[in-house]
Design a protein around this ligand. Sequence first.
Ligand code: TYM
Length: 334
Amino acid sequence: MTKPRLFSGMQPSADSLQIGNYIGALMQWRGMQDDYDAFFTVVDLHAITVPQDPAQLREKTRRTAAQYIAAGVEPSRSTLYVQSQVPAHAELAWILSTITGFGEAGRMTQFKDKSQRYGADQASVGLFTYPVLMAADILLFQAEAVPVGDDQKQHVELTRNLAERFNSRFGETFVVPTPVIQGETARIYDLQDPTSKMSKSAESQAGVLYLLDDINATAKKVMRAVTDSEGVVRYDRAEKPGVSNLLTIYAALTGREISSIEDEYAGRGYGDFKKGLRDVIVAEFEPVRARALELLEDPAELDRVLSANAERASEAAEQTLATVYERVGLLRRG
Ligand code: TYM
């Protein structure tokens, strides 16, 4: 029986992924590989919608791929490749951009946030059409499931709208995808500013935990995480955002219920709780970091695996693209 398709990706926008990427997306990816024909992509074409240093971009792309593998994505089972190596992404994005409304694209909150940060003159047209490229990623593979963190929900909604619009205008072509978003763990917050989403592009790095960072630096960041003055390890997102975020991370990494962690630390202070969490994070990160660094010692082999996977992805993508060109009325090359 053929398995349903799954698609997801991450931007190679930093030297390392952060714990939000790991808990919000990678842990889900790892667990879904058995049940889906999965495509996991390093979305370098998305990354260049904001300025990137060329040499660093190449390095970050490899580092991102290495972290996928180190975290448990298996390139022999799932298709793990680099977006720019499959030209169909950009080709389908163009077609989809012709059925996307200007206002519709302008309502994407991530675009609004980023364009505000960069200013109207610095924000590129590519940043504006970013969600259309993301829709193309997903629709090219006829993906049913798209496991992402909470912040990508609006983009997957747009993807669904574009798929339905295309299907009704040109005939049934695309599978309409469903976002797979876990509850609490779909949004991990900054350890220093626990009301803001943790992000690689945060101004201060003090509250961001990176998979590939020196493990002592990570341990220190955990011990310095913002809490509150109550001194009770108790989940309350509104009143105790810092402690609640730490509890969410603890529960996600151990597979335990939040209430059982609260019980364990009842009557003990935040110091003990943070030490416990630090040990959990160190135990989780250390093998992933070691494996990723090992993979990065042989970039030629990593590049070879990525190219072979891009070949596999191209075959699947070209099938969809051929149907799309046909439906839209583009003249076939003889
Ligand atoms: P990106 O690179 O920003 O993030 C990668 C994944 O990590 C999730 N994530 C988080 N989850 C929980 N808490 C956080 N603090 C946190 N920060 C990030 C994101 O939701 C995402 O799942 N546009 C996408 C990449 C993309 C994509 C796609 C994803 C391009 N094409 C097609 C799915 C399908 C992005 O920028 O993710």
